[in-house]
Design a protein around this ligand. Sequence first.
Ligand code: ADP
Length: 223
Amino acid sequence: MTKRFGKYVALNGISFSVEKGSITGFIGPNGSGKTTTIKVLSGLLKADAGDIKVLGMNPWDNPEVRSRMSVIFDKLYFPQLNTVEDYLYDTASLFDKLDPENVIQEFELCKFRKKKLSELSAGYKQKVQLASAMLNDPELIIADEPTANLDPNARNEFNSLITKLNRRGITFFISSHILSELERVITHVVMINKGKIVASSLMNTFIGEDSENKLLILVDNPQ
Ligand code: ADP
């Protein structure tokens, strides 16, 4: 995949794959090209070159692939004055697939259902975002720095939810600029720096540099 902005080459012929059923971490420092890659994978941006397949389809040419995947971001960018309940019911009616009540129960959002999104903590906002992503009944969830604004407790809780949903068969592709935020949950890692892939492997055989350029060797995953 190659993507230029004017003369600037943001993605310089990157190539990687994400295994079905994996939780793949997409790690790289700020400005390395993570969001640009995710925008191409979600069909929001057209690559200049590359053979890009998401669930077997090019997301730019086949926007219908969006009905099988969900994309979430570092923050909930949606109407903050809506209540949790209204937001999830509205989202569910767009997809027309699942009963939002099941998701509210599963994500333990009952206590918060009448609260406005703006009143929630950063951790609960991300929980609501993940809950709304589930309403699309996705095979794949792509997440752009979903834990960037969370404190360690909220991040652990969010990561546990990801592990739980992954056990149900959902594949995750999650970006972060800090490997340590994700290293306990990811099964695979793809590292990007300055628009190029610098490492790609199973997490338990990963040898590479993290985004702070410290040498990281993980020959055996302690888990
Ligand atoms: P990351 O998500 O890893 O922080 P991005 O994909 O957002 O990185 O950005 C990669 C590079 O592309 C950065 O240098 C950024 O300034 C540049 N870039 C991203 N979007 C645009 C745009 N719309 N126009 C020009 N440059 C952009």
